[in-house]
Design a protein around this ligand. Sequence first.
Ligand code: ASP
Length: 332
Amino acid sequence: MKNKILLIYTGGTIGMIKDNAENTLIPFNFYELLKAIPELKSDELDLVNISIQKPIDSSNMNPTVWIEIVQLIEVNYEEYDGFVILHGTDTMAFSASAISLMLKNLNKSVILTGSQIPIGVRRTDAKENLITSVEIAASGKVKEVCIYFENQLYKGNRTVKINTDHFEAFESPNYPILAEAGVNIKYKSYLEKGSSKNLKLNTEMSNNVAVLKLFPGITIETTKAIINSAKGIVIESYGAGNAPTNPGFIKVFKNATSNGKILINITQCLHGSVVEGKYETSELFRKSGVICGRDLTTEAAVTKLMFLLGNDLNNDDIKIQLQTNLRGEITN
Ligand code: ASP
């Protein structure tokens, strides 16, 4: 029997052409994409392609489009063996995290991929990325949301974009890769086992969140303004979770949490984890009611906060869930 794979096009460099008048890249008609990769036609594969209503450069990504994507997966879930989402690289890691949270009890593959060079350009990386993503989706071995890029399969909610120039554009700094594509595709033991329960969709996402990135010299006024701008704040602190010990900062954090805001502390470092209490400068966070985000990436922390705030939970539950491993996004 043929494997049925649904290709969902959302935009990004992979499907772009040059607008000669402006000399910029603009999205092109998705159906041209399959003409560009005849290798995708196979006797063992039934590949169907659809597109979101209005393909975008992924810098324009937002929760409404995430909802459109997960709804497309839900309505087609029974009919297809796997899903490949063509997506711009800029916000692919955010989308992978969001989609992993919005889809519960996943038992099929959802692979996001894209490219650094447009499909129509001779040195494009799009062909390999797309062909191997489809092969992985059809393998039946992957039952979670992943990013495939330049020979590596990453856990979606652990991935970050790390390079604008290289074909190796992504990394999952605190989680091993899930598969490696060489002559053969080698699947690793870190893959999720899948769920026997029915797929459950959750489309409630709040955008009442902000990111506060600390830097030497940041003022209390700026800190306060960012914290006041949203209900949930991801604090990107220094090293193992440290912040200035100036009492003015501590007061801002303490007031915010006492007034019902949710603050979560993650590190600016690419690798490693927040360890609150390791230094005095991080212990102050704990005493101020700031949640320890351990090794969550910024992308996962932001989307997890959007997801939990969107779901009408009380603050205590949100704080517990933030530190609970829901889809493999945080190390216990
Ligand atoms: N700006 C593009 C996007 O994210 C970049 C890419 O696809 O690589 O949509």
